[in-house]
Structure formats: structure tokens, C-alpha cells
Design a binder for this molecule. Structure first.
Ligand code: MG
Length: 248
């Protein structure tokens, strides 16, 4: 069942979203050659806790970090630890926080120092595909319109759309119905109505989107070891159109 949020609940989700977005900024600012993914995670954790919020990823399904940090060919769910970031790496950070019982969820991919033109093109396309998806999130549109917006944007640029991981509804729970695929047919699927809150999160690959989970049971990597990027916002559908809740 898709739960619709009241305006009071949306106001709370905006607070949660803002703290989550600020935590992502903190993480992004810590991405530089020589830093470890564990250090980036610690800064994010300390920031969230300093705001009186709770890192929603920590302990979720047994996940050991407060952020997922995925480098280069890692798509999502990277476990922060001893890995040292190197010049030219791209670093995807996914973070969630709970404030007053409501969840925020956001992600972005950051450049460590100077990155290749190809890596920059992948980052840009992934970020832009998310914005293209948000632009269509008007009441009356359907889930397929969201997925199609992402898919058509990135595939036109030769990149791949991950199929086996998708966005989701969000509210009191991090993962609520419906699932929000990054592919789809325009005019198909669940109709968007005011009060819906969706986490839209394109996971885009340099080449093939085929992927596997590493032996750590979490980290998802591209099978061909091509690069991957991930951007995510938590977005409310309102009478006035889409509202991004995960803005700093
Ligand atoms: Mg998410």
C-alpha cells in the first residue's frame, strides 16, 4: 500500500531531508585523494548525531556504516572502511537520517581530484537524469514516466541503467511502496498523487549495467568493472508539482 503524507508530515520530512542533504555535503567535502572511506563515514555519522538525528543505514539489515560509500566500479552498498581514495576516483555516497520518526534519503557521486572526461560525463548524465525525472513528477503522471525520463536521458548518451535495484517510497520507513524503477514506459504504472513521497535514485553505469554482490554480502559492482554513478533525492508530489525534500 502506498501511504500518502499530510502537509504536517511533509514538513517533518523536509527537516529530515535537509539534515540528510547536509550530511551528504559533509561527506562530499571529505572526498579527496588520501582519505579513507571510513573517515568519510565517520564525518557523516558525527554530523548526523550532532543534529540530534539518527543514521538510518547503521544496523539496517546489519549494515555496519552510517553511509554507503562505493568507489569506481562499485555501484551501491559499499561498506566504509580502510580503502584509501585515490586521485581520479569517483566516490558515490548514499546517506539516510531519521528525524522525529521520518526518513530522508539522498546520494551523490563525487570526484576525487582530477577525474577522466568519461567519468565526468557519467556523473553529469546521472545527475541530469535525476533532474529530468523530477521534472516529470507532476500529479497525474505515472511511475513509468519517471523511469522513462531517466532511461531515455542516459541511454541516449550510451550509458547503462541498473535494473535490479530501484528507488522506493519513503516516510516513516526507509523503504515503502511503490518501487521506483529507473526504466519504464511513459503513461504506465502507478499514478502519482499529491502526498506521495518517493526516493528516486538513478544508478547508472559506464557500460553494461550487469552487476554482482561481492563476498562481503553488500557491495554491488559492475561485472565488467566499468564505472558507476548514483544520485538520489527524496521528492514529494504536491498540488504545485514536485518538491525536493533533500535540499541542504
Ligand atoms: Mg534510497
Amino acid at each position: 500500500m502506498v501511504t500518502l503524507k499530510t502537509s504536517k508530515e511533509l514538513a517533518k520530512m523536509k527537516v529530515a531531508g535537509s539534515i540528510t542533504a547536509q550530511a551528504l555535503q559533509v561527506g562530499g567535502a571529505a572526498v579527496r585523494p588520501g582519505a579513507t572511506t571510513g573517515e568519510i563515514n565517520r564525518k557523516i555519522h558525527e554530523f548526523i548525531v550532532s543534529k540530534g538525528a539518527k543514521p538510518s543505514f547503521l544496523g539496517y539489515g546489519g549494515f555496519p556504516g552510517s553511509a554507503c560509500i562505493s568507489v569506481n566500479d562499485e555501484i551501491i552498498h559499499g561498506i566504509p572502511g580502510k580503502r584509501v581514495i585515490r586521485e581520479g576516483d569517483i566516490v558515490s555516497i548514499d546517506v539516510g537520517a531519521i528525524v522525529d520518526g521520518y526518513q530522508g534519503d539522498t546520494a551523490g557521486t563525487f570526484a576525487a581530484g582530477e577525474i577522466s572526461e568519461r567519468a565526468q560525463a557519467l556523473l553529469d548524465a546521472t545527475r541530469e537524469s535525476l533532474l529530468a525525472a523530477i521534472a516529470v513528477m507532476q500529479p497525474g503522471k505515472r511511475l513509468g514516466d519517471i523511469g522513462n525520463a531517466v532511461q531515455s536521458y542516459v541511454e541516449a548518451r550510451g550509458f547503462g541503467v541498473v535494473r535490479n535495484y530501484v528507488g522506493h517510497g519513503i516516510g516513516r520507513e526507509m523503504h515503502e511502496e511503490p518501487e521506483v524503477p529507473n526504466y519504464g514506459r511513459p503513461g504506465h504504472g502507478v499514478r502519482l498523487v499529491p502526498g506521495m513521497v518517493l526516493a528516486v535514485e538513478p544508478m547508472i553505469t559506464e557500460h553494461s549495467p550487469a552487476n554482482s554482490v561481492l563476498k562481503d554480502h553488500w557491495t554491488v559492482v559492475t561485472n565488467d568493472h566499468g564505472l558507476a554513478a548514483h544520485f538520489e533525492h527524496t521528492i514529494a508530489i504536491t498540488d504545485d508539482g514536485p518538491v525536493i525534500l533533500t535540499l541542504p
